[in-house]
Ligand binder design. Structure first.
Ligand SMILES: Cc1ncc(COP(=O)(O)O)c(C=O)c1O
Length: 392
């Protein structure tokens, strides 16, 4: 058994999660960015150390052995048969989204995203002088869902050229069903919309759900889409900048590779390559145990709120280690909620509104941490709230 309960001090390692701000707050629990606090898979560490042990760090190439590891992972974990030729390596999914915007659209084009969604989607579009078309997801107070008619209307009315899909969906925890993916894909196909399917969280799916890669929904979807994958969320390798983009269609692949060349987006570095191969070769059991542990954390959190702050609503995640929580019933506005979490409860979260204004009053919790840390954060929230209530 791997030990996900082990607490490791990351402060002072130059990591964004702990060292980017609020470093003088000793009580602060950091649960914002999607970065896990668990010790890395031992074989990954060994592979990186072994590579570092060779005294020459020159330019790498992407070997067949590397590509075979990616193919194996997709086949065994997702029953997803991919060709080695489809894989284009890049140094990160966010750089890839920006690259895809440049490769497949022109300035002033319209690109659709389903809000609330991972905020760099917005950024990738706007910073490249394209327009964002927002298609909000429906929320019934418990669950989010797709409105296919609105999706189609937004595409038709705005002459949308690209759709950036997030599956599983950060921050809402949706693992899109085959039925929904089919509807989305068919509409995009009808209107000639390129789909960029960001599947970086594909390995985090909870029991009762299955991740369906976009190409598996319908074989014809290969003609107009690309899939962004990476070992970086699953194995927490974000600092190694390694991603594998799947592009089955030759024309799209050429367009993407040309844009990659123009922009100077790099391949992964020598350590990222070593880490990805080790992850995809030795990581199965680690990921299985990790998912069990994360499900335990989600259950712990739901139970805690139900017992102590029943007015707070945890949106049941179908996947991801990011949990979307509705605090609107506490009566804070978005700035008060942010101030409460940071300065009264001393818990650093990603504020719901950064994912779109529909997220105001919500918080995104990263529960990929030892349970003791999660318990500390939740207790601090409860105690800070009780203090406010007692003072009223
Ligand atoms: C949906 C999604 N895409 C991409 C990323 C980041 O990818 P990268 O670190 O490879 O740029 C994240 C990180 O949280 C994410 O949630």
């Amino acid at each position: 058994m791997y030990d996900f309960d082990k607490v490791i001090n990351r402060k002072g390692t130059g990591c964004a999660k702990y060292d980017a701000a609020y470093t003088d707050d000793d009580q602060l629990v950091s649960m914002w960015v999607a970065d896990m606090d668990f010790e890395v898979l031992p074989e990954i560490r060994e592979a990186v150390i072994e590579r570092a042990g060779h005294p020459i760090y020159g330019y790498p190439i992407i070997t067949d052995e590397y590509l075979n590891c990616v193919v194996r992972w997709m086949k065994d974990r997702h029953d997803f048969h991919i060709e080695k030729e489809w894989i284009v390596c890049t140094g990160g999914v966010v750089p890839t989204l920006k690259l895809a915007v440049q490769a497949f659209t022109k300035p002033k084009d319209h690109i659709l995203i389903m809000k609330p969604v991972y905020y760099p989607f917005d950024d990738a579009i706007k910073k490249n002088d394209r327009y964002v078309v927002e298609c909000p997801l429906l929320f019934d107070g418990e669950k989010y869902s797709l409105d296919p008619d609105l999706f189609e209307k937004k595409i038709a009315e705005n002459d949308v050229k690209m759709f950036i899909l997030c599956n599983p969906h950060n921050p809402l925890g949706i693992v899109w069903s085959k039925e929904d993916l089919l509807k989305l894909g068919k509409i995009c196909q009808k209107y000639g919309v390129i789909v960029v399917s960001d599947e970086i969280h594909m390995d985090f799916v909870y029991s009762g759900y299955a991740h369906i890669p976009f190409y598996k929904v319908d074989p014809s979807f290969k003609d107009f889409s690309i899939i962004c994958t990476a070992p970086s969320k699953t194995f927490n390798l974000a600092g190694l900048w390694t991603s594998n983009i799947l592009i089955a269609n030759e024309t799209l692949r050429k367009q993407f590779e040309d844009a990659k060349d123009r922009c100077g987006v790099t391949d992964p570095n020598i350590f990222g390559i070593a880490a990805c191969m080790a992850a995809y070769t030795y990581g199965d059991r680690w990921v299985d145990e990790l998912i069990d542990y994360l499900q335990g954390n989600v259950a712990y959190m739901k139970h805690f709120f139900a017992e102590n702050m029943p007015e707070v609503k945890v949106i049941d995640p179908q996947g991801l280690y990011l949990v979307w929580v509705d605090f609107r019933s506490l009566g804070f506005d978005k700035d008060q909620l942010e101030d409460f979490m940071l300065h009264k409860a001393h818990v650093w979260l990603d504020e719901g509104y950064i994912f779109g204004m529909e997220g105001a009053g919500f918080e995104r919790f990263n529960v990929a941490c030892p349970r003791s840390i999660l318990a500390k954060a939740l207790n601090q929230i409860k105690e800070a709230y009780n203090k406010i209530k007692a003072a009223e």
